[in-house]
Every structure is written in C-alpha cells, then in structure tokens.
Design a protein. Structure first.
Length: 326
C-alpha cells in the first residue's frame, strides 16, 4: 500500500509539474500561444466596448452625462474592489507613483467626460468612430515619448485609417472644413485617451494593471462628484431599464473591459494595439443601426473601407526583428 501511495504521489507530482510548465509556456514561453491569447482578449474587449456605445447613447435619455459617468465609475470600482484584498502588496507606497496614478485618473476622466457630453447630441456610431481617431495621436506620441520606430507601413496605415474617420466626421457638414462642436469634443476625448495610453506605457507599466484600473475608477469618481453636483445635481433613476444598462456598462464594459485593455497595453505593441481598435467603431456603427435605428448612409462605405485598410496596414508585419521584439 505504501509503495502504491508513493507511485500515485509521484504521478500526481509529475502531473502538477506538467500543468505548471504548460501554464508557464502559455503565459510566457510560447510567443504563438501568447499572441493567440492576447488576440482573444482583444476580441472580448472589442465586443464589450462596441456594445457599450448604443447602450450609453440610450442611457443618456434617463440621466445627465456627468451623473452617468460618475455612477458608472463608482459601481465599477465597487465591483472590482475585492481584488485589492489579494493585491494589497502590489499597491504602490511611494508618493511619486501615487501622484502619477492620480494624474492618469484625472486625464482619463476628462477624456470620458468630453466623449459622454458629445454623445448627448451625436449618434453612437459616429461618436465611436471619432473617439477611435486616438491611434493617430498614439502613433506620434509614442514616437516622441516612447522612442518607437517609425515604419512606413504603419505610418501609412495610421494615416489611411485616420483619413477614413475624418471623412466620417465631416460627411454631414455642408462645408468640408466645418466640424461640429460635438465632433471637436470627441476628438479632444480621443487625444486625451491617447495621452493616457502613452503615459501609462512610459511611467506606470510596472504597476499592477488591476491596481491601475482601480485608481482610475476611484480618482475619476472623486473628480466627478463636485462637477456633477454643481452642474446637474446628483440623481439616480431607479427604473429597471436604467439599472440593467448601468450594470452592463459598469461591470462589463468599464470594469472588465478596462482590466483587459490595461493588461494588453503592458504586453502588446502600443501602436498596433491602439490602431487595431478601429474595429470597435465599425462594430459600434452597425450596432447603433441594429439597436437604435441610427441611419447608416451608404456614402459612409468608402470611409469604412479605408478604416479596414488602415487596420490591415498597421498590423502587417514590417520585419522579422520587429516581430521578435514584441
């Protein structure tokens, strides 16, 4: 019996070692498996964030934009807060890092505020497309502050994609050079989003991504309390429709989506990841048409094709050394 127990114990030990090695290979050792995992997580983020645009547009019929962002951030922070118990040792203690996290949270909140205010008068599809002009800003900011290499194919892809979203931004204006106020707010939100991406990559990439997410939510909530109180007055609709929508946006789109996004930012090339986000506005445009009945003009098809082409060019491998550096 003792000999059998020893054999079973050794077999179990070998199995545990094998599973450990396979897990390590999946997360760190095998670049192909790691790449597959990251692209799967990115697909989840695309679905969560695409669906959030028509839902966010509809929820603004129940509540003001600042109250909406405040409640979305607060609920997301509450839902994710138990994770901090297991990561309490990962919370930075030095004032310099805490100050950087606070600044990141403020910039992120300002960007979301701009986007949400514009969404009141703009369609969800166009809002998503203009917000995702951020890859062009990321491209140049990463060259300036992250010392990213300039590859002609990626540069061309970024400009082609941005030209596509620019066509969408101006297609409804009587004069091509006239951009509505809501479009200006959306572009400002896109720029601030790009700033948070590059700032995190440069100054905070060593901080645990869950901790970073929580700081953004908490700082954003604290920042929004006085703004919402003064401009709108604090309010909370208690209808079933609002509760379901704010629940989805807080738990899934903001909480889980932001966690996955920050994780991907740590591991993937920042320009490729951001430019791949062109998929979100295209899906959001279709969802706005399906769920909210927003009109999709066939004249937008060339712009959408330009966006798809930009995605392809940005993700097209430039050279073997570049792929090895990821």
């Amino acid at each position: 019996m003792r000999r059998d127990a020893v054999v079973i114990t050794r077999a179990n030990t070998r199995s545990l070692i094998y599973l450990r090695d396979e897990a390590t290979r999946f997360n760190h050792g095998d670049p192909a498996l790691k790449r597959t995992r990251d692209w799967f997580l990115f697909l989840v983020v695309v679905i969560l964030w695409s669906a959030s645009w028509p839902v966010s547009k509809d929820i603004l019929n129940y509540i003001g934009p600042l109250n909406f962002v405040l409640q979305k951030y607060s609920l997301s922070a509450i839902v994710l807060s138990p994770l901090l118990f297991f990561l309490r040792e990962e919370i930075p203690k030095d004032k310099g890092t805490l100050l950087k996290l606070f600044l990141l949270g403020v910039i992120n909140a300002l960007g979301v505020i701009c986007t949400t205010i514009a969404l009141v008068t703009e369609t969800s599809g166009i809002s998503a497309i203009l917000t995702y002009t951020q890859p062009l800003f990321v491209f140049f900011l990463s060259v300036l502050f992250l010392r990213s290499e300039i590859h002609l194919v990626r540069l061309l892809g970024a400009f082609v994609g941005f030209f596509g979203v620019t066509l969408l931004a101006t297609s409804r204006s009587e004069l091509f050079h006239v951009i509505p106020f809501s479009s200006g707010l959306l572009l400002l939100g896109a720029f601030l989003w790009a700033v948070t991406i590059v700032y995190y990559k440069r100054a905070l990439s060593d901080v645990n991504y869950v901790v970073t997410t929580m700081f953004q939510l908490v700082v954003g909530s604290l920042f929004l309390v006085p703004l919402a109180s003064v401009s709108e007055g604090l309010s909370l609709p208690l209808t079933l429709a609002y509760i379901l929508m704010i629940g989805y946006l807080s738990v899934f789109a903001t909480g889980i989506g932001l966690l996955l996004w920050i994780r991907l930012m740590r591991e993937e090339d920042v320009t490729v990841l951001s430019s791949s986000g062109f998929a979100v506005p295209v899906v959001a445009l279709l969802l706005g048409w399906m769920l909210l009945g927003e009109r999709v003009d066939l004249g937008l098809l060339p712009a959408i094709l330009l966006i798809v082409l930009g995605v392809y060019l940005v993700n097209r491998p430039t050279s073997l050394p570049q792929a090895q550096n990821r």
